[in-house]
Ligand binder design. Sequence first.
Ligand SMILES: CSCCC(=O)C(=O)COP(=O)(O)O
Ligand SMILES: [Zn+2]
Length: 247
Amino acid sequence: MTTSNCSCCSHATTPQKQENVNGKADNDQLVISSDPEHPANLICELCRMFYNNGWVTGTGGGISIREGNNIFVAPSGVQKERMVPENMFVMDLEKQEYLRRPEIYKPSACTPLFLSAYTMRNAGACIHTHSQNAVMVSLLFDKVFEISSIEQIKALPKIVEPGNLWYSDKLVIPIIENTEKEEDLTDSLQEAIREYPGATAVLVRRHGIYVWGETVWKAKIYNEAIDYLLEIALKMKQFNIPTVKPK
Ligand SMILES: CSCCC(=O)C(=O)COP(=O)(O)O
Ligand SMILES: [Zn+2]
């Protein structure tokens, strides 16, 4: 596979097969599986899907998945749609120590943000996208994004109590300010998680969105439903339709 380097650092932007001096990557058994639902396989499959939606292009964004106490994280600065399972980092969540660390990469800069969703919300997966809908909404709303009375809202959880939101419930997503480095978003993301116990996502102004869920499939559904709602909200704004319907 041809490789190239990231313009801002020495990262290989095209993921490579990771091999040690013996020609075998360490702890391969943690990431190599014929099960299509193994986290390392799912990260690659979902990132290709997200890339096709324009959510993780140009190396931005990604997804992390938790399986029990192990969390799976992609490398930083690589083309997320071209990754292979051997590229994945595996971390012991409780000890916060890497069990598998491909030497030629750094772990995703989003790792401390993913960890926040795992430790503070017991998430099973966390998705980060650079969706243009998320970026545009962050420019049109101030502290929070709010929308109500759109059927798609029913795909999203209440979090503070069992079950999903109703059609006429208000979905509220906090917006935090961007920072120069992804990892420096951690404190404000954690603050937003504490301040909005009913939130399953946080928007990052001029940057994108973090969405998490109890399982990888729930996180995927929430991310899709939220992106739909962000997109429709942008259209409503263009027609001066309030995104929250007066009761
Ligand atoms: C053009 S991507 C800039 C970094 C970023 O915002 C991001 O989401 C990707 O981080 P990673 O370290 O996972 O490549
Ligand atoms: Zn990002």
